[in-house]
Ligand binder design. Structure first.
Ligand code: ADP
Ligand code: ADP
Length: 233
């Protein structure tokens, strides 16, 4: 079970951290599910895409470097994202664990994460991969709308806000992400298949992979993910 204690060295028993990855193609539901799972398990949900978007909005040097790549649907260079995520995952609120959404996205990033966790005496609990066919990815990304204030995600058809185009939480007008345009969606999918899909085999070989069917309503996907997270601990 996820709450179980684990012996790290002979004679020393510590509570196991819950260090989870949330993988899957763009639009698979990582953000939607990561928020829910983080609340359910009591660990922070950390989205690499959100961190990058905040860095870009803040006008930081790192954000300026990243903008060029995110706008075109390309991955930002490994060293940029590894530096950003390593710092975040070592923060105080992630000491008991985390749900990393969208990180790692390449094998070198996975190796950097494993080394960083190793240096902290921690190991990954499980890599949860949400599976979704390309056709559904396109439908989900094309209809995605986001609140620029609180980051809450909606879908025009599947998860509409109560009042058209306005966030349920704070009433702010919803926006469409720049990279959710048809051409950039196609590019992101191609990048996913080329650079990120190899992580499925990477984590499978290490006995950490838990694949979860991403089709169906969000609450059904949430149940599947929760079961997979529990079986990984
Ligand atoms: P989605 O939710 O659609 O999967 P994200 O919000 O996670 O997309 O990411 C948006 C963009 O941020 C990506 O297309 C990429 O440019 C960049 N990005 C996010 N995470 C990473 C990462 N781990 N490595 C490289 N680039 C990343
Ligand atoms: P990701 O973070 O993987 O890119 P999101 O969580 O942002 O994915 O979801 C992409 C879009 O699909 C959003 O508009 C979201 O509201 C919608 N969505 C998420 N999960 C489901 C689901 N199970 N069924 C239908 N639509 C969904």
């Amino acid at each position: 079970m996820v709450e179980e204690a684990r012996a790290r060295r002979p004679g020393q028993v510590v509570m196991a951290e819950l260090d989870l990855l949330l993988m899957g193609p763009p639009g698979a539901g990582k953000g939607t599910q990561g928020r829910l799972l983080g609340e359910a398990l009591g660990v922070p949900w950390v989205s690499s895409g959100d961190l990058l978007r905040h860095a870009i909005e803040d006008g930081s040097a790192l954000g300026d470097q990243a903008r060029h790549f995110t706008a075109r649907g390309e991955l930002v260079p490994d060293r940029v994202i590894v530096g950003l995520m390593s710092g975040r995952l070592e923060a105080r609120d992630a000491r008991g664990g985390f749900i990393a959404d969208g990180y790692p996205r390449t094998v070198p990033q996975a190796e950097a994460l494993a080394a960083a966790l190793d240096a902290l005496g921690r190991r990954l609990t499980a890599a949860l991969a949400i599976l979704l066919p390309d056709g559904e990815v396109v439908d989900r990304l094309a209809g995605r709308r986001t609140c620029p204030e609180c980051g809450r995600v909606y879908h025009l058809k599947h998860e509409p806000p109560a009042r058209a185009q306005l966030c349920d939480v704070d009433g702010v007008g919803l926006i469409q992400r720049e990279d959710d345009s048809p051409a950039t969606i196609r590019r992101r999918l191609a990048v996913y298949h080329q650079d990120s899909e190899p992580l499925i085999a990477h984590y499978s070989e290490r006995g950490l992979l838990r694949e979860v069917d991403g089709t169906g309503p969000p609450e059904v996907v949430a149940e599947r993910l929760h079961a997979a997270a529990a079986s990984g601990a």
